[in-house]
Design a protein around this ligand. Structure first.
Ligand SMILES: Nc1ncnc2c1ncn2[C@@H]1O[C@H](COP(=O)(O)OP(=O)(O)OP(=O)(O)O)[C@@H](O)[C@H]1O
Length: 461
């Protein structure tokens, strides 16, 4: 309807956007009104002076049935369509109704893009908009507009990330309750225990999914909460206990700091050389190969690809603290060095990171500076690490870790405390970075880590 109220699929400058559901509901109301009108006519024309009562009676019945059909049709949109539909309506009105400024710059008569919103969990929705009559670039820019469009009972929700699909056909926004405190506070190590050995809890809504992700890169300035955050991960992993296939939890602390005092932690030798570390990495790699062989054999026997979590295996972790400092300890390759050199170290690490996840073997690398260039993390390793965490983030550091397109929706103005981070993982839910807080652990963290490490490696009785 040009210039009127009925714009549904096409943009009209002089019109107003009314959702299809509202149109159906309004039509239902109109038919209901007609039904009442016809019924009253019959009522007041009891003697049927004009002989029209049977005809009006028919109209009244048809109108009543139509009203009922329209009400039923609008019901799923308003009621069963649920919260996703509620958010869709706000977003459509903001983007499609000319009175709200036309942020996507539609021209007269242009087809309006489909908008779909689905609930992911208690505090998160995923909203996607097709790049119809607008570009992906423009859609990526309007995350703040989408945040401001959501009001009513979801006014505390905002678009925290936006990402274009591979084919550049649509943009998906992650809509989250940004006011709710999702952080996990635990007063004992058992609070970090996960019922599923493939899921490591981070907050009340988020976990690292080891089925879909691989090794973990942790970056952040000093005192940002890196070590505490990684310990929270290790405390969860240690409580899955050691499997019969040589799973490990190896802590490498090249700086001989607090972590090196944890039982079974590995550090440099008395000459400051990293030989013990190299040895431990080789051991970890050998176990990884043996585990993969077991899985291959099981797969051949069953005729199906057997995954580590189905093969009685628990996750195995190698944690390298202060990666850049460790790298600097290795000498360049030289004749007769027996493989103790930077090239072998990097080669071994690369193999574990790229091939380990399928055997349930994961690496956590911690770096104090996000630099991935000279002296930092080789970019190949950076792209192979599928879970990325930046504590107390700044945009400058984040750009070294993520594609800057992925950072557009993040609230860069916020101040972050220790334990706050930007987090991404290839789990289909956190593919674009979002903000979260690592567990608040109200117990002696290092003491508990030491106790669990001792128990983990205690010989079976
Ligand atoms: N998840 C958290 N919640 C609340 N406070 C935290 C959290 N993580 C760390 N902190 C606080 O921040 C301090 C620094 O944490 P942590 O030692 O883990 O940082 P770091 O980045 O590893 O620093 P460094 O590089 O100096 O070792 C801790 O002593 C603790 O008080």
């Amino acid at each position: 309807m040009k210039g009127g109220y009925g714009i549904i699929k096409h943009y009209r400058k002089g019109g107003r956007y009314i959702s299809p559901a509202a149109c159906v509901l309004a039509a239902g109301g109109l038919f209901l009104f007609c039904t009442i009108f016809f019924k009253l006519l019959v009522y007041f024309n009891q003697p049927d002076v004009f002989g029209l009562n049977p005809l009006i009676g028919k109209f009244s019945d048809i109108s009543m049935v139509t009203a009922a059909v329209l009400f039923v049709a609008s019901y799923p949109q308003y009621v069963t369509g649920g919260e996703g539909k509620y958010i869709e309506r706000f977003v459509r009105r903001r983007l499609f109704d000319p009175r709200y400024g036309n942020p996507l710059g539609f021209r007269e008569g242009e087809l309006l893009p489909p908008v779909k919103c689905r609930k992911i969990n208690r505090t998160t929705f995923e909203l996607s908009i097709k790049a119809v009559s607008c570009t992906v670039e423009n859609l990526l820019k309007i995350a703040p507009v989408i945040s401001s469009s959501i009001s009513g009972k979801y006014k505390q929700y905002a678009a925290v990330s936006s990402e274009a699909d591979e084919a550049f056909n649509s943009v998906t926004y992650r809509i989250e309750d940004v006011m709710i405190d999702k952080s996990l506070t635990v007063d004992s190590v058992e609070g970090l225990k996960s019922p599923d050995k493939t899921k490591i809890p981070i907050d009340t809504e988020t976990f690292i999914d080891l089925k879909t992700s691989g090794s973990i890169l942790v970056a952040g300035k000093t005192r940002s909460g890196k070590t505490t955050g990684i310990i929270a991960i290790l405390l969860a992993v240690l409580q899955f206990w050691r499997d019969r296939h040589g799973s490990n939890v190896i802590i490498i602390d090249p700086k001989q700091a607090e972590l090196s005092r944890i039982p079974h932690a590995v550090t440099v030798n008395s000459n400051g050389g990293a030989e013990p570390i190299m040895e431990k990495m080789k051991e970890f790699e050998a176990t990884m190969k043996t585990r993969q062989e077991v899985l291959n054999r099981l797969s051949e026997e069953t005729g199906n690809a057997v995954k580590w979590w189905d093969a009685d295996m628990n996750p195995s972790f190698l944690f390298i603290d202060e990666y850049v400092a460790l790298k600097s300890l290795f000498p360049k390759p030289a004749k007769g060095d027996g493989g103790y050199n930077l090239t072998s170290f990097e080669g071994s690490l690369k193999r574990i990171i790229t091939m380990g996840a399928s055997a349930g073997c994961f690496v956590i690398i911690s770096i104090a500076e996000a630099s991935v260039e000279e002296g930092g993390l080789p970019s190949m390793l950076k792209s192979a690490m599928t879970t990325k965490i930046l504590f107390k983030p700044t945009v400058e550091e984040a750009r070294l870790i993520w594609n800057s397109e992925r950072l557009k929706a993040l609230n860069v103005g916020r101040t972050y405390g220790a334990g706050d981070c930007w987090f991404s993982s290839t789990d289909g839910v956190h593919d674009t970075p979002g903000c979260l807080h690592f567990p608040n652990m109200e117990f002696e963290v290092y003491a508990e880590l030491g106790r669990l490490m001792t128990e983990y490696y205690a010989p079976d009785e």
